[in-house]
Design a protein around this ligand. Structure first.
Ligand SMILES: Nc1nc2c(c(CN[C@H]3C=C[C@H](O)[C@@H]3O)cn2[C@@H]2O[C@H](COP(=O)(O)O)[C@@H](O)[C@H]2O)c(=O)[nH]1
Length: 306
């Protein structure tokens, strides 16, 4: 997404709490350029897949709820993905547009077999309602119709989703400059591409236009790799497990500098090896590495965007 790249670059050239270390980028690129670690989409074997439109519906509901697991120590992305998969296997109408508009918090908890309130539970059900309402109003109730309306363009899919679904409209203003990150809209496009292995609903002519997904895991991995440098104040906040406000300079710099740093890594790999590597491939490697390390200290922001 051009606006994500351009606005992340702007943040990176005006940031102070987070900076990008070009030597760190060189070191990481040197260590992987001959063999970018290939992580399979769904390497955990936790996603619903039936090669049809219901899989797209599943992925859209998944990515509508794919945010902010950290407040509950036991909860992580896998619980959401596998919980929604089981719910759909038990009842194929579970994610019909009219059903999505009616879920309550306790019903979502039951669907996921979660024994206590989910973090930001009221927001999660509000976002389910929003998805059901807009799918019904504009897309015949089917997320597969959004994908089909985008003529195999991932960028068009992301902008269509951001236009129709406020919950996916992940943008902010940083030092008077609008910054687009669109994490859940972009990861939905990448999940469709990954699940369908670039075919059928997953066939996109511009999958290279998708950037990494600015969540809370990848920034922490990039810092561990020496690609991102934190101010001592920010370092203390993260090490002290203190919360960082949504939309603060620190939060935006953590996310946008991550996007920009990986684009720089991509350019350097291309320059040194001539290989076109996708941001989505680098993202999956970085993310999988991060979640495999439970001791990883990441920033903690209460957000519905990631
Ligand atoms: N950048 C990036 N962020 C990602 C993912 C994924 C899952 N990708 C699926 C696609 C293929 C794979 O097989 C995975 O199954 C989740 N997240 C984010 O991480 C956080 C969850 O962390 P924790 O609380 O520890 O579970 C939360 O913000 C969530 O939104 C990704 O791929 N890239």
């Amino acid at each position: 997404m051009e606006e994500v790249r351009a606005s992340s670059a702007w943040v990176a050239s005006h940031s102070s709490h987070v900076t990008i270390d070009s030597e760190g980028i060189e070191k990481v690129v040197e260590s992987v350029e001959n063999s970018i670690p290939k992580v399979e989409w769904n390497y955990e074997g936790i996603h619903y897949f039936d090669n049809g439109p219901l899989t797209v519906q599943y992925l859209f509901v998944l990515d509508a709820l794919n945010f902010c697991f950290w407040p509950d120590k036991e909860l992580n992305y896998d619980d959401l993905a596998s919980g929604l998969k089981e719910a759909l296997q038990n009842d194929q109408t579970a994610f019909d547009a009219d059903r999505l508009q009616k879920y309550t918090g306790p019903e979502l908890r039951k669907l996921l077999k979660w024994p206590r309130p989910l973090p930001l539970e009221d927001e999660r059900v509000r976002l389910m309602h929003e998805v059901g309402f807009e799918l019904e109003r504009s897309f015949g109730g089917k997320a597969s119709n959004i994908v089909e309306s985008c003529e195999k363009s991932a960028a068009k899919l992301v902008s269509t989703i951001a236009r129709h679904f406020p919950g996916f409209r992940d943008h902010t203003v940083y030092k008077g400059h609008q910054v687009f990150l669109y994490k859940r809209a972009q990861i939905f496009a990448a999940d469709v591409w990954g699940a369908f292995k670039g075919k059928g609903y997953g066939e996109f002519s511009d999958v290279g236009s998708i950037t990494i997904f600015a969540d809370y895991i990848v920034p922490a991995v990039l810092q561990q790799f020496g690609v991102l440098k934190y101010s001592s104040n920010l370092d203390d906040i993260i090490k002290g497990n203190k919360e960082i406000g949504s939309g603060t300079e620190e939060e935006v710099e953590l996310r946008a500098c991550s996007v920009y740093a990986v684009e720089k890594m991509r350019d350097l790999i291309q320059k040194r090896t001539g290989r076109q590597v996708l941001s989505v491939e680098l993202d999956l490697w970085l993310w999988a590495y991060g979640v495999s390390n439970p001791a990883l200290q990441h920033h903690r922001t209460l957000s519905i965007y990631y």
